[in-house]
Design a protein around this ligand. Structure first.
Ligand code: PLP
Length: 382
């Protein structure tokens, strides 16, 4: 009997440099709660890179989106427009704080929000548009910002995939009044679980600090701006421990290395699979010339849903984990409660049943990469 080849996971966390040293430093400084020296260093680095008025680290991207929802002061009946093809938090964060999700379809090329069909979803109740830069490729932000401006609606970017990517040479996450970053294990930069709220509209800074500090003016008190620390607004606890910020800082410091290593994998997949894709009617990721993406993920869009199921089984048999996403939100149990039904977002419905994602992580060895490529090439669509 032949030995089964070693398992190739879909994702794997990898240290980038000084993580252990910084964790030790954070613990020895005895500031292990939130807003310590490493949090400040991460926030400053991100403020500089993105040109933001303020960046606040959070416990997750989901929580950064929830903070955005709180800052928008959503009322019952307010609507938030977002793609159906996204992670559940893009919708849930706003729904949790009283909004009704309105699901937009995506473009078939970049799988981003279809800006040409966006304005027809806007009503007098629309409070925000939430573009998701899928795979770190920028949405058509010129069009999105024009629609936001014409209608007086805030843009909140879900930039979980796109940190340090650009659209027309401007950083993703720097367009909306607010944007949300993720530092979850599966993202380009990670401290296990973590996120950040990027504040581009300076008018939100003071209240964001309060919302993040349990609705208190603790931050102003520590800065000596007020003489009492008290409950002044709604809020919750969104501060990550400085130990997590220490891990994150070590990763952010190595942003060039991390991107280089990821791009090498992305380029290799693209190069090695393009003939196979052409012969099998498979679409590979595309980035328009004006979008620079940070090599977040690599996907294949297969010709049919049967191909997707067969492909998953084919790779599993070779002990390689490939995954699919996203189940259309408008067709989920929750989405249907908000009126979602089949046919609302045809591109989302078609793509979601056909997309697969290949193993993608720094440290994927050349030998493993070759095994993945060989396995893919051994698959015939149709
Ligand atoms: C990962 C992800 C999130 C959630 O990130 P967390 O940090 O795990 O809360 C939100 N939106 C998108 C598009 C994501 O990929």
């Amino acid at each position: 009997m032949q030995a089964r080849p070693a398992f190739i996971p879909f994702n794997r966390f990898r240290q980038a440099g000084a993580e252990i040293e910084y964790i030790r430093e954070a613990m020895e400084s005895l500031h292990v709660s939130g807003d310590g020296p490493f949090t400040a260093r991460c926030q400053e680095l991100l403020e500089q890179e993105l040109g933001a008025a303020k960046v606040l680290l959070t416990t997750s991207c989901t929580h950064a989106l929830e903070m955005a929802a709180l800052l928008l002061d959503l009322k019952e009946g307010d609507e938030v427009v977002l793609p159906s093809f996204t992670f559940v938090s893009t919708a849930n964060a706003f729904v949790l704080h009283g909004a009704r999700p309105v699901f937009a379809d995506i473009r078939p090329d970049t799988l981003n929000l279809d800006e040409s069909r966006l304005e027809e979803l806007v009503t007098p109740r629309t409070k925000a548009i939430v573009p998701v830069h899928y795979a770190g490729v920028g949405c058509e932000m010129e069009a999105v910002m024009a629609i936001s401006g014409r209608n007086g609606i805030a843009v909140i970017e879900d930039n979980a995939h796109g940190l340090f990517g650009t659209y027309k040479a401007k950083q993703l996450g720097s367009f909306g009044a607010l944007s949300a970053q993720s530092f979850h294990e599966t993202k380009n930069f990670s401290c296990g679980e973590g996120g950040a709220l990027v504040i581009n509209d300076a008018g939100y800074v003071e209240r964001a600090e309060i919302v993040r500090e349990k609705g208190t003016n603790r931050k102003r008190f520590f800065r000596g701006e007020v003489d009492k620390y008290t409950w002044v607004d709604v809020g919750s606890s969104y501060l990550p421990s400085d130990i997590l910020a220490a891990i994150l800082y070590a990763q952010l410091e190595q942003r060039d290395l991390i991107e280089r290593e990821r791009r090498k994998i992305w380029d290799a997949y693209r190069r090695e699979l393009s003939n196979w894709a052409g012969e099998n009617g498979v679409a590979l990721p595309e980035a328009p010339a004006h979008c620079r993406h940070p090599a977040h993920l690599f996907y294949l869009v297969l010709p049919s849903g049967q191909d997707q199921a067969r492909f998953l089984a084919h790779m599993k048999q070779r002990n390689i984990l490939v995954v699919f996403h996203y189940q259309p939100l408008h067709l989920s149990e929750m989405g249907r409660r908000y009126g979602g039904k089949a046919g609302d977002c045809p591109v989302t419905e078609s793509v979601s049943g056909r997309l697969v994602r290949l193993p993608f992580y720094r440290g994927l060895t050349e030998a493993d990469m070759e095994r993945v490529v060989e396995a893919v090439r051994a698959f015939r669509c149709g």
